[in-house]
Design a protein. Structure first.
Length: 393
């Protein structure tokens, strides 16, 4: 049988078309617009790396709705004014969801920009309850435990587990998180121990103040009647706690997850009588085997230990988003939002996670209490508050 060249070419072309499988869908892009460098890098770089591990895990299971996940990153350099540009850059690269900084003040500009473009937004760990539908927009969520829950948890633990009756409150006024933490701690503590149990209050600005000499003088005046110091602060170099201990103030100090991390501990050698509530231990002694396995993977992948327990918030932000897409059956933001709003104790690496249509932050998830003695942490156990005030917007 004689076939023309044209007929042969057409036949081969048809066979080729049949033989080539359909192209897989484009990757599902998740953007990161946060402080990979600068003051927030211990939180935000670690959070991004946690997100990378989540992307690897989800892709190994086949992705989401048949699509592989892809992470793109733009560094805000811990400068809130660069947030809108960073958010716009990752969205221009196709991001359907944007992960922003681990703090309301630093994250808000990027989050509002991404939310304004109709994207789902996750802060890894902004804990001020304004991060959400009210303070950012209807598609904004945070993986954090709200300061409402953190403050109440620490008050209940100090009063009920330790049996302490008096406190001195130190509040960093630099960011909304620390101010809100102290507000909710004091509210719950006063309900438990009475107003007279607070032997003093003081403030400092963790960004602008290098010395707390005056505050230390006032603490020392009443230190003998103070069971513990409630420390509503965050630290980048340990200098403020070093000043306290160097001045001979040895009262127990209780801090929250903003004081997590190993990177500053060298500034306060052999620190003792120090307690902290964290998302996860980075010291090889977390009671949860899933978290221990994650921390080992982190070290193997990045060649260093996780800087703080917040790395699991980046993992769980991706985990939650992927879970919501699967429930919604689509990446359309309004339907993903509805799926997120229906989360009721959804089991994630970070723990049981719940959202509501008007509350995009967790109130009751447990935190891990840890104690430091002679510069070494031991895990006490995970606790959650029994009574937590709902945010008043």
């Amino acid at each position: 049988m004689n076939l023309s060249l044209k007929t042969v070419v057409l036949a081969l072309g048809a066979l080729g078309t049949l033989a080539v499988p359909a192209m897989a869908e484009d990757p599902l892009v998740i953007g990161v617009a946060s402080g990979q460098t600068g003051i927030l890098s211990p939180w935000d770089l670690g959070g991004r790396r946690g997100a990378e591990i989540a992307v690897e895990d989800i892709n190994a299971r086949g992705g989401v709705l048949g699509r592989q996940l892809k992470l793109v990153v733009s560094d805000t350099k811990s400068d809130p004014s660069l947030g809108p540009t960073a958010a716009s850059e990752v969205i221009a690269e196709g991001a359907e969801m944007v992960i922003v900084a681990c703090d309301y003040d630093f994250a808000a500009p990027a989050a509002m920009t991404a939310g304004g473009m109709g994207k789902i937004v996750f802060s890894t760990c902004a804990a001020d309850p304004k991060f959400g539908a009210q303070g950012i927009g209807p598609t904004a969520y945070t993986m954090s435990l709200a300061t409402n829950g953190q403050g109440a948890l620490l008050a209940e633990w100090a009063h009920g587990q330790k049996g302490w009756k008096t406190t001195y409150i130190m509040k960093d006024t630099a960011i909304e998180y620390t101010k809100s933490l102290c507000e909710h701690f004091e509210s719950r503590w006063t309900a438990l121990a009475g107003a007279d149990s607070i032997k003093g209050r003081d403030t400092w600005n963790g960004i602008n103040d290098n010395s707390i000499a005056g505050q230390i003088t006032r603490i020392k005046e009443v230190a003998g009647s103070v069971d513990f110091i409630m420390w509503c602060g965050f630290t980048n170099n340990g200098s403020v706690l070093r000043q306290l201990r160097s001045a001979g103030v040895d009262n127990p100090v209780v801090g929250s997850e903003s004081m997590d991390g190993s990177y500053w501990l060298g500034a306060v050698p052999n620190l003792s009588n120090y307690y902290i509530a964290v998302y996860a231990s980075i010291f090889g002694n977390d009671p949860d085997p899933k978290i221990e396995a994650f921390m080992k993977r982190y070290q193997e992948k990045f060649g260093e230990a996780a800087p703080m327990g917040h790395v699991i918030t980046g993992y769980s932000a991706v985990e939650a988003y992927a879970r919501a897409i699967e429930k919604a059956g689509t990446v359309e933001s309004d339907k993903v939002k509805a799926a997120l709003d229906a989360f009721k104790n959804e089991e994630l690496l970070i723990g049981p996670t719940s959202y509501e249509p008007d509350l995009h932050i967790n109130l009751n998830r447990p935190l891990l209490l840890m104690q430091m003695t002679d510069g070494k942490y031991t895990a006490i156990g995970r606790f959650s508050a029994e009574q937590v005030e709902r945010p008043k917007f």
